[in-house]
Design a protein around this ligand. Structure first.
Ligand code: HPA
Length: 294
């Protein structure tokens, strides 16, 4: 094997981060392709996690773009998660709904995982709504509950902003109000009006694809996490740098390992997500309805 020189090492690192320092160019090419299909100006980008995919099919005046057609767009490898960007309106609010997100555990770089947020940034979308499935490490959060994300812990040991600051400032984004606090009371009211018991909590993200060990869950508890997930936080970090407001909601699909004496399976996660998808859709729909007022 050829000896690795300092120079070749630097090149391989550059290729790993930001697609070799050309991320912006690639996003621009993707954007050009999208702009040939729609000129809608979405008020919000919404990333549809487990169980919420069908929401995209309810949008009016839909323009659906399969992600496999979009230049440089990373493809979801998760079964049944065909990727698509869906432009359309819900209650007259223009939206971009993202079906089939890509996850870090699929092997993509963290810049690839957040490619769609850079597209949203260049479309000047002011708000990101992000949803996911998460395991509860706090006995007060039960499977089937919905949790408004109030803050997060990034335990990926990776940050999507590492590398050239191609998208401009800030180099060191403030993270004190990432999940926009001024929206919380309006969202709580929407949940209350619909008879949905909306909890609040801190989302902890691990890389996956393993679920946690019981010891890891005890660590998350001691370090202030309420629910664990394998997604969302990278997207939110990029949105924060892009100056987007963020609303995050987790569907608690299971108790994390060790909280109850039971083995964990993906089936349990998808079954719970399917069971609560109606109330989840109702909550998201209620939030979208007031976006014009926020
Ligand atoms: N851990 C990590 N991610 C998850 C879980 C979990 O228990 N449930 C759904 N996504």
């Amino acid at each position: 094997m050829a000896e690795q020189t300092a120079g070749s090492y630097a090149v391989s690192i550059a290729v790993q981060i930001n697609f070799g320092g050309m991320l912006k160019e690639k996003v621009e090419q993707a954007l050009e392709f999208i702009r040939q299909r729609t000129d809608l100006k979405p008020k919000a980008g919404i990333i549809l996690g487990s169980g919420l995919g069908p929401f995209a099919d309810t949008l009016k005046n839909r323009v659906e773009i399969p992600t496999r057609d979009i230049p440089h767009y990373p493809q979801s490898t998760v079964e049944g998660h065909a990727g698509a960007l869906i432009f359309g309106t819900h209650k007259d609010v223009p939206l971009l709904a993202v079906k089939g997100r890509t996850h870090f555990y699929e092997g993509y770089s963290i810049q690839e995982v957040t490619f769609v947020i850079r597209i949203m940034q260049m479309l000047k979308i002011p708000l990101l709504m992000v949803t996911n499935a998460a395991g509860s490490v706090n006995p007060k959060l039960r499977p089937g509950d919905l949790m408004l994300i109030t803050d997060h812990v990034n335990f990926l040991f990776q940050n999507p902003l590492r590398g050239p600051a191609e998208f401009g400032q800030p180099r060191f984004p403030d993270m004190s109000d990432v999940y926009t606090r001024k929206f919380f009371s309006a969202i709580d009211r929407i949940a209350l009006d619909r008879g949905i018991a909306l909890k609040h909590g801190v989302l902890w993200v691990n890389t996956g694809p393993t679920y946690e060990t019981a010891a890891e869950v005890r660590m998350v508890q001691r370090f202030g996490g309420d629910a664990v997930s394998m997604s969302t936080v990278p997207e939110v970090i990029v949105a924060a740098q892009a100056g987007m407001k963020v609303i995050g909601v987790s569907c608690i699909t299971n108790y994390a390992t060790g909280i109850v004496a039971q083995k964990l399976s993906h089936d349990e996660v998808t079954e719970t997500a399917n069971r609560v998808k109606e109330k989840f859709t109702q909550l998201m729909s209620g939030i979208i309805e007031i976006l014009n007022l926020l």
